[in-house]
Design a protein around this ligand. Structure first.
Ligand code: NAD
Ligand code: WQD
Length: 343
């Protein structure tokens, strides 16, 4: 079985990708410092897969320890680099921590890949690189806009680093940049999902926590945008579909089909408003959700969704799970969290 190092593999998207990799016949190996995840994720993975997933509690910025993982696990066929800090608001408070962790860890990883002769990298980028786009849907050629936060800047910088590396003479690392839209939902088993640490910033965890009674009510941030119902539009992609995109990208590289650097939007190609998410969630649970309309949230993009053509035509990747089903899995995961918190 080909070994794929999954940095940040204990996190939200990483853990679902570990499942998808293992199911596709790869051996995923987690490298995570558990700064934004919990070791219990490993139990969830064992329950789903019926086998132990190898995991190293290592910080990707710790070059010596990270080198040890490469050496122990050689030969490594490829790396998927999820490890990063991801909270937009926090990045405004602690920009240096974001540059250190997100940009610094990529540099360490690339140096180690060169040193250890590992040639394939899939990198977690984000639709945040597009800022407020002038034209919808966004294609991979849509211009990158000045970043709205240090977090967004780290993703742009990492992309630039990888494109510059691809141009360098003698470079032998091939990179696929995946620009995720808004991942939602959880594994259908309800055993892994998005871990809520504090008050969620993201819409779907806030919705499920409100329905569970953990939050008083949802605030819908603005209904005065130029969108079908006035609330913001996003492209909500089911996390299991997003996980599959990584497997397809890894396979493309191992098949020798990938160019030096390739970029793909990973979204559904459809936009939904915040109020549509709320209504669909109400249908899923059969209960009204407590919400009120509040002012706009500073920095919000009014509307963005993917043109998913490139991923379909080049990678053969298409999403399969609809918003409704994705929200149902998010609700199941929330119920699992409720049962844990009730002891
Ligand atoms: P997450 O926080 O759940 O997972 C990230 C994992 O990386 C965590 O388990 C954390 O402990 C680990 N980690 C962080 N820094 C590390 C380090 N230096 N060394 C080792 N491990 C480290 O986040 P996620 O939602 O799964 O996001 C994964 C990636 O996808 C990130 O790069 C994120 O920026 C990107 N992304 C996320 C979204 C989203 O909405 N969730 C959207 C676009 C892009
Ligand atoms: C979605 C919509 C909110 C919470 C963020 C990052 C971005 C990317 C994905 C990583 C928006 C509305 C939300 C609430 C609300 N991450 N909302 N009430 O803003 O698209 O993007 O996560 O790369 O970089 O910025 O996602 O889930 O926060 O919001 O009305 O309590 O839900 O206004 O329209 P967003 P989100």
């Amino acid at each position: 079985m080909k070994k794929i190092l999954v940095t940040g593999g204990a996190g939200y998207i990483g853990s679902h990708t570990v499942v998808a990799l293992q199911e596709a016949g790869f051996e995923p190996i987690i490298v995570d410092n558990f700064s934004n995840s919990h070791e219990s994720v490993l139990e969830g993975l064992r329950a789903i897969l019926g086998t132990e997933v190898k995991s190293y509690n290592v910080d990707c910025n710790d070059k010596a320890a990270f080198r040890g993982v490469f050496e122990t696990e050689a030969p490594v066929a490829g790396v998927i680099h999820f490890a990063a800090h991801k909270a937009v608001g926090e990045s405004l408070q602690k920009p240096l921590a974001y540059f250190q962790n997100n940009v610094g860890s990529l540099l360490v990883l690339l140096e180690l890949m060169q040193e250890q002769g590992v040639h394939n990298l899939v990198f977690s980028s984000s639709c945040t690189v597009y800022g407020v786009p002038d034209v919808l849907p966004v294609t991979e050629e849509t211009p990158i806009k000045p970043p709205s936060s240090p977090y967004a800047r780290t993703k742009q910088m990492c992309e630039d680093i990888l494109r510059d590396l691809a141009q360098a003479p003698g470079n032998d690392i091939k990179t696929i940049l995946l620009r995720y839209f808004n991942p939602i939902g959880a594994h259908p088993s309800g055993r892994i999902g998005e871990l809520p640490l504090g008050v969620p910033n993201n819409l779907v965890p806030f919705v499920t926590q409100t329905a569970a009674g953990w939050r008083e009510e949802l605030t819908v941030y603005g209904t005065d945008y130029d969108t079908p119902d006035g609330s913001c539009v996003r492209d909500y992609i089911y996390v299991g579909d997003l996980a599959r995109a990584h497997v397809v990208a890894v396979q493309r590289q191992l098949d020798g089909k990938a160019a030096e650097v390739e970029t793909f939007n990973v979204g559904t190609g459809r936009g939904n408003t915040v109020l549509e998410v709320v209504r669909t969630f109400e249908e899923v649970t059969g209960q009204p959700l407590k919400y009120r309309v509040g002012p706009r949230r500073t920095g919000d993009v009014p509307a963005i969704y993917a043109d998913a053509t490139q991923a379909a035509e080049v990678l053969g990747f298409r999403t399969e799970v609809e918003l409704r089903e994705g929200l149902a899995t998010a609700w199941r995961w929330q119920q699992h969290l409720v049962s844990l918190s009730n002891g």
